[in-house]
Write a protein that binds this ligand. Structure first.
Ligand code: HEM
Length: 443
């Protein structure tokens, strides 16, 4: 157990042995300081955790302790009681039809990134950093329109710093350290937390004032206005300023690195598989041509979507999704005590020997329409499952597709050190070393 704990501290994904990829579950009995641990990959048991017994399998204090300093009581981490009303308000904001209204915003940000690629053509670029810049730009623009934080660079650095210190979910998360203990992570997170409060607080206050003065119709139709003005359809109540703050932070926290990492992995996989790069390019040229992408185009980019789905299988941005039973439970063969940590893992389930043919090979054909419907809901779940499934999936897929359309027409992305690319897990799964790539102009 202690060896495992130390391995988890170093990297929460490489800690798991080969056995985890062959067997339906792994169970590690805990001790005085560490709770029992289980990793579950059996689809029938996963269905119980995510759907049938969702009230028993809470997100758990371990994760909440790490994230609540920045995210308060927001949707992403809220316990069931305070989650429902927020979900009723936020989920409709991310339905496909509402997300489509952001196509031109996303295209504008993708073009701005293309401009920075043009300035570095044929040079080596740190692609992970560039993708973080793009995803940050998309969230900032769709959340705040042009009325954003005063210093976007300082803000995006503070987000990265928070999630690398206090917000890092790793082996230490398993220790039940009291909240008041001034751990190095907690001390280092103080400055970013102050900056979040100041910057986001000011943006919300300005917008609230504008809506009061001129009415909601005069305010930009972005995520912030929608958060401030949409009532809970059941109770008619609007969100408090505090919850608006928490959920705005969630958009940055949950929707920024996840999407950036996925895009980086897609570009890496296309670099590694030139035949797929050519197929995706041919599809984009034949369906979108030189135009800006439109809503109807995106549905027709079938092969592009297959590549994204396969990238999310091999490199799911949220590789571990932990849960904690709030009462003792018998989960199939597992007798779990209240407070146990139950890991589910898109990364491991999606490379599991029992469920996938050649699990480690890149093969987007698995997701060809007609074949993908046969994939079990609890074997492939990069966006989670059940009532707490990601609300941002359509948003993220659209954002990734638009970037590929705008960039791949002009550039081929070639990894300069493909053999050294390796995934690193903090909360999200990113390419260690930043993924240096050379951008080669197509013509
Ligand atoms: C490729 C990109 C993304 C991936 C892989 C991803 C993955 C996930 C996963 C696995 C969960 C479930 C976590 C759990 O059950 O504990 C989740 C939840 C969530 N995601 Fe995403 N996400 C992505 C993009 C986004 C975006 C763009 C947003 C919003 C701007 C977003 C907002 C959320 C929220 C608010 C939740 C919590 C939902 C709830 O508890 O009701 N995500 N995401």
């Amino acid at each position: 157990m202690w060896r495992f704990f130390l391995a988890m501290r170093a990297d929460p994904m490489t800690a798991w042995s080969e056995r985890a990829y062959r067997e339906p579950y792994v169970f590690l009995p805990g001790g005085r300081l560490i709770p029992d641990l289980a990793l579950v990959t059996d689809p029938a048991l996963l269905r119980l955790i995510f759907l049938d017994r969702v009230s028993t399998y809470d997100k758990g204090d371990a994760v909440r302790r790490r994230l609540s300093a920045a995210l308060g009581d927001a949707l992403l981490i809220a316990p069931e009681a305070s989650w429902r009303s927020q979900r009723r308000i936020v989920a409709p904001m991310f339905q496909s039809r509402r997300v489509e209204t952001f196509i031109s915003d996303m295209t504008a940000v993708a073009k701005a990134t293309l401009g920075s690629f043009d300035a570095n053509r044929n040079e080596v670029t740190g692609i992970h950093e560039a993708m973080l810049g793009y995803a940050y730009g998309v969230i900032a623009r769709t959340a705040f329109s042009s009325d954003g934080v005063a210093d976007p660079l300082a803000f995006s650095r503070a987000i990265a710093s928070y999630f690398n210190t206090l917000g890092r979910v790793d082996g230490a998360t398993l220790l039940n350290l009291p909240r008041w203990l001034p751990t190095p992570g907690r001390l280092m997170a103080r400055a970013p937390l102050r900056l979040f409060r100041r910057e986001i607080g000011a943006v919300i206050a300005r917008r609230r004032e504008k809506i009061m003065r001129l009415g909601a119709d005069a305010a930009p139709d972005d995520l912030l206005t929608r958060l401030l003005t949409t009532p809970d359809p059941q109770t008619g109540q609007r969100m408090s300023d505090e919850l608006v703050y928490d959920n705005t932070m969630v958009f940055f926290a949950a929707g920024h690195e996840t999407t950036a990492n996925t895009l980086a992995w897609v570009l890496f996989l296309l670099s590694d598989h030139p035949e797929w790069d050519q197929r995706v390019l041919a599809e984009i040229r034949s369906i979108v041509g030189d135009r800006d992408p439109a809503e109807a185009d995106l549905d027709q980019l079938i092969q592009t979507r297959m590549v994204i789905d396969e990238a999310l299988r091999l490199y799911p941005a949220a590789p571990l999704i932990p849960r904690m039973p709030i009462s003792d439970d018998v989960l199939g063969p597992l007798k779990l005590r209240k407070g146990a940590i139950v890991f589910t893992s898109p990364f491991i389930s999606q490379r599991h020997r029992a469920h996938w043919d050649k699990p480690n090979s890149f093969d987007p054909e698995r997701f060809r329409p007609g074949r993908r419907e046969a994939i079990d809901r609890y074997v492939y779940f990069p966006f989670g499952a059940g009532p707490r499934v990601c609300i941002g999936a359509a948003f993220a897929i659209q954002e990734i597709m638009i970037a590929l359309v705008v960039w791949l027409r002009r550039y081929r992305f070639i990894a300069t050190e493909p053999d050294r690319v390796f995934p690193r897990t903090a909360i999200t799964l990113s390419p260690a070393g930043g993924l240096p790539m050379r951008l080669v102009a197509r013509d």
